[in-house]
Design a protein around this ligand. Structure first.
Ligand SMILES: [Zn+2]
Length: 229
């Protein structure tokens, strides 16, 4: 069995960092949560939303799934884990913002691209990532000759737009956005450069929100050429 000591000592460090010099925070959090935003991110171990945004306990209501996808609103008699999380954040916690955080080198989106070749991906994963099949098809139609890596980077961004569109199929999301009570954001994190982009609906582009890592981080020209697209 692998040694989990580092996770145990990590919890001690976490307690010291967040509550050691601010013991009042614990009692404040006990009385309830009032996060500003719902963040929908990928399960990928390299893209932890709380770490990335340097958030404290209580700041973010986080929903993670393969490829940070939002399915369309459905009244079917299934288990709606994602939809119930969105419902709780929007209707009960009344968050003011929803952030869909996509990322580069996403294995889920890679699986979605592979499924175009008829490859069966897992027992559940293939069906799940097919939520963004329209994103994959758009990329393959618009850039059929490009390298797979470039297509996948493009699909990662297109899939964010699918999730943003699907969010608006939830009537209580649409209603709150129309009233100006709720804002939705599409973010894309490049783990190679550390750069964060956001989708600007006015330009239809993912524009730079936060520049890359501080000096010292290596970024090849080739990587830049792929990721800047
Ligand atoms: Zn991912």
């Amino acid at each position: 069995m692998a040694d989990v000591t580092k996770f145990i000592s990590g919890i001690a460090n976490f307690q010291q960092q967040h509550f050691g010099e601010n013991p009042e925070l614990a009692s404040t959090l006990l009385s309830g949560q009032k996060p500003q935003a719902l963040l929908i991110g990928c399960c990928d171990s390299r893209v932890d939303p709380a770490l990335l945004t340097d958030s404290a306990p209580g700041d973010l209501f986080i929903l993670r799934n393969i490829a940070n996808l939002v399915p369309p609103y459905s009244k079917s008699d299934d288990y709606h884990g994602v939809s119930s999380s969105i419902e709780y954040a929007v209707c009960f916690l009344e968050v003011s913002d929803i952030i869909v955080l996509g990322h580069s080198n996403c294995g889920g989106i890679g699986a979605l691209m592979d499924s175009a070749k008829g490859e069966k991906v897992g027992e559940f994963i293939g069906k799940w990532v097919s939520i963004a099949a329209s994103a994959r098809d758009k990329v393959l139609t618009e850039m059929p000759q490009e390298e797979k890596e470039k297509q996948t980077r493009a699909c990662e961004k297109e899939a964010i737009l699918v999730s943003l569109k699907n969010l608006m199929t939830f009537p209580w999301v649409k209603e709150r956005v129309a009233k100006g009570q709720l804002s939705v954001h599409g973010w894309y994190y490049n783990m190679g450069t550390g750069q964060l982009r956001y989708y600007n609906p006015l330009t239809g582009e993912f524009e730079i929100l936060v520049e890359r890592y501080s000096p010292g981080q290596k970024t090849t020209e080739e990587e830049q050429a792929i990721t800047e697209k």
